[in-house]
Design a protein around this ligand. Structure first.
Ligand code: TXA
Ligand code: MG
Length: 331
């Protein structure tokens, strides 16, 4: 039996399978099976009212999970699927409450990774053909972009980890809410609000300043390393490094230049200069910075233009959520 067949059978039997996607690795369970979906929440330590994204392998499956689908949804699905875009739509009555957190909407996406698509299509022969899948990390921690990240975070909680190499995009999908009229971008991602607007010929709102917790990725303390992390403007970076060294702190720096200094207390990582490359490396870099065992992580603030918005969003949340668990907000 092939690995994909084995994974599909595990899903049909109600087990959890970690699957690679182009954004981050997902922790997948049969979306039609509430008991299987419950295992996701247990494995992640995630609060039960946080809704999950339903992943499908074929645009034709959209109607099985969503109703009253507006033309904008078809336009976006045709343009960006398979790809890093999640659509929030009115749910079909058969979608389990365990998936939607009891809301009247459901998040749906078709991932663009050959193993994920092969798994979903094989699973369509054995079962519903759709999986509910959050990022395959412990709740509130750094999302996994490699099979080894999943193994170290969730280990024995998953029946199988499909290794599909490094996630190409590296940050979670853009989420667009189409369930209440005008499109609203609930989570920025590789597909920008400007691209959504161009495709739809309509204004796309950005999330409100204090997002409601119905989008768990919108909680401030997300994507967070355990080491305290500070974002520093480019022209302040070296001054801050000096100040930390002077205080006797050990630091790890993620900066855009190569290391301008050699000091035993400073570990310097040079970041990629393009937003897509930076995003690709971001979570692996955060894990390395966190594993360095330093007192403080300093990250040079990325540029302000739209293509950096998703990266800036994740870094901002990493800064807010960083630090030891008992020092973090109980979100
Ligand atoms: O790229 C991705 O989207 C990855 C891969 C695995 O597909 N998945 C992912 O899942 O990031 P997760 O659970 O870590 O984040 C899903 C986000 C959460 O913030 C959740 O609140 C939001 O989607 N979401 C899901 N259903 C929703 C709904 N009906 N209304 C509003 N937000 C929803
Ligand atoms: Mg997540």
């Amino acid at each position: 039996m092939s690995e994909i067949q084995q994974a599909a059978e595990l899903l049909a039997a109600g087990a959890l399978v970690a699957m690679p996607t182009e954004t981050v690795y997902g922790l997948a369970a049969d979306a039609s099976n509430p008991a299987a979906v419950a295992k996701i929440f247990a494995a992640k330590g995630r609060p039960a009212d946080h809704p999950l994204i339903v992943h499908i392998g074929n645009i034709a499956q959209l109607e099985q999970w969503a109703r009253d689908i507006p033309p904008a949804a078809h336009a976006l699905a045709e343009k960006y699927w398979p790809g890093p875009l999640t659509l929030i739509l009115k749910r079909q009555p058969n979608v389990p409450d365990a998936v939607t957190g009891g809301q009247d909407t459901v998040g749906i996406r078709m991932p663009n990774h050959p193993l994920a698509l092969a798994l979903l299509n094989e699973f369509a022969k054995h079962g519903s053909g759709a999986v509910a899948a959050p990022s395959a990390n412990k709740f509130g921690r750094i999302s996994p972009t490699k099979a080894a990240h999943v193994k170290s975070d969730l280990g024995d909680a998953v029946a199988m980890i499909l290794d599909g190499g490094e996630s190409e995009v590296g940050i979670e999908s853009t989420i667009v809410d189409l369930s209440r009229g005008n499109p609203v971008v609930l989570r920025p991602g590789a597909i920008t609000a400007e691209e959504i607007e161009t495709t739809l010929g309509a204004h796309a709102e950005m999330p409100p300043a204090t997002p409601a917790p119905r989008v768990s990725g919108a909680l401030a303390a997300h994507y967070a390393p355990r080491t305290p992390l500070q974002l520093i403007a480019s022209d302040e970076l070296l001054k801050q490094v000096d100040a930390c060294v002077f205080k006797g702190q050990t630091i790890a720096v993620l900066g855009f230049s190569v290391s301008p200094l050699r000091h035993p207390a400073v570990l310097w990582f040079a970041a990629a200069h393009s937003a897509p490359h930076y995003a690709h490396d971001l979570y692996a870099n955060l894990r390395l910075l966190d594993a360095a065992g330093v007192d403080l992580i300093l990250v040079e603030r990325p540029p302000e233009d739209p293509e950096w918005r998703a990266v800036a969003d994740r870094l901002g949340r990493a800064a807010v959520g960083s630090g030891a668990d008992d020092e973090r907000e109980a979100t």
